[in-house]
Design a protein around this ligand. Structure first.
Ligand SMILES: Nc1ncnc2c1ncn2[C@@H]1O[C@H](COP(=O)(O)OP(=O)(O)OP(=O)(O)O)[C@@H](O)[C@H]1O
Ligand SMILES: [Mg+2]
Length: 233
């Protein structure tokens, strides 16, 4: 096979023959099967596919939270598959924002602390100032001292988005970001994600079961039984 020529658009995510089996013995599942994928910087991609097809696992690999058994994953040209766990964690902290379906906020920290503390741990200067501005930018300037339990689902997801955006990542990954929200709130969260993506020129990669949300992405990626379904069959 010949080398792919350099294209005008820089690729931010590149997977080559990515392969992963999770679990052991009878419980082992071949989750990712020889995946080749290239996502251009600034693109928005919606990953869709049946439950259990490997979508969340693929995102975890892209975030460096799950390691491949074989194959390669490069993020912004850096070989994530070859990094130690510490290197991957450091790389993730600076380059990748992650949003989950169930928000994953720390219950005994205020909205402001939830956004500021990870910045502080990464030795970012003025962590609380940045956190305040990020929360204001998602419309939560009046909710800084609220705890997650005192916020609605949509508000909690806004805090999670502010936290993901605070380090100014070039890549934002979201696993069913609207999955726990009602239709209207889900649309508002999707609007927020796409407007932030446009404003900051980020790449947005999201997993969704909602065809309307997937269709808002510039590209749809279908997964089926651990493979990218390119519609060829
Ligand atoms: N730690 C594990 N051990 C064994 N099997 C696992 C493990 N984690 C995930 N799996 C299996 O891998 C497959 C893919 O899981 P994954 O969570 O990536 O699917 P998904 O496409 O995100 O599904 P959903 O739409 O339901 O969220 C599933 O069949 C799951 O049971
Ligand atoms: Mg999933």
């Amino acid at each position: 096979m010949t080398e792919t020529p350099t294209t005008a658009k820089e690729s931010i995510i590149r997977l080559k023959q990515a392969d992963l089996t999770l679990g052991i013995d009878a419980a082992s599942v071949h989750v990712l099967k020889s995946i080749d994928l290239d996502i251009a910087a600034g693109e928005s991609a919606g990953i869709v596919g049946p439950s259990g097809s490997g979508k969340s696992t693929l995102l975890m690999v892209m975030a460096g939270l799950e390691r491949l058994d074989s194959g390669e994953i490069h993020i912004a040209g850096q070989p994530l598959h070859a990094m130690s766990e510490d290197q991957a964690a450091d790389f993730r902290g600076r380059n990748i924002g992650i949003v989950f379906q169930s928000f994953h906020l720390i219950p005994n920290m205020t909205a402001l602390e939830n956004v500021a503390v990870p910045l502080e741990l990464a030795n970012v200067k003025d962590a609380f100032g940045i956190a305040r501005r990020e929360l204001q930018a998602v419309g939560l300037g009046e909710r800084l001292s609220h705890y997650p339990g005192q916020l609605s689902g949509g508000e909690q997801q806004r805090v999670a988005i502010a936290r993901a955006l605070a380090p100014s990542p070039s890549l934002l990954i979201a696993d069913e970001p609207t999955g726990n929200l009602d239709g209207e709130t889900g649309r508002q969260i999707a609007d927020l994600l796409f407007s932030k993506q446009a404003e900051r020129g980020m790449t947005l990669l999201l997993v969704t079961h909602d065809p309307a949300l997937a269709s808002r992405c510039t590209r749809q990626i279908k997964m089926r039984s651990g493979r990218i379904d390119d519609g060829a069959a």
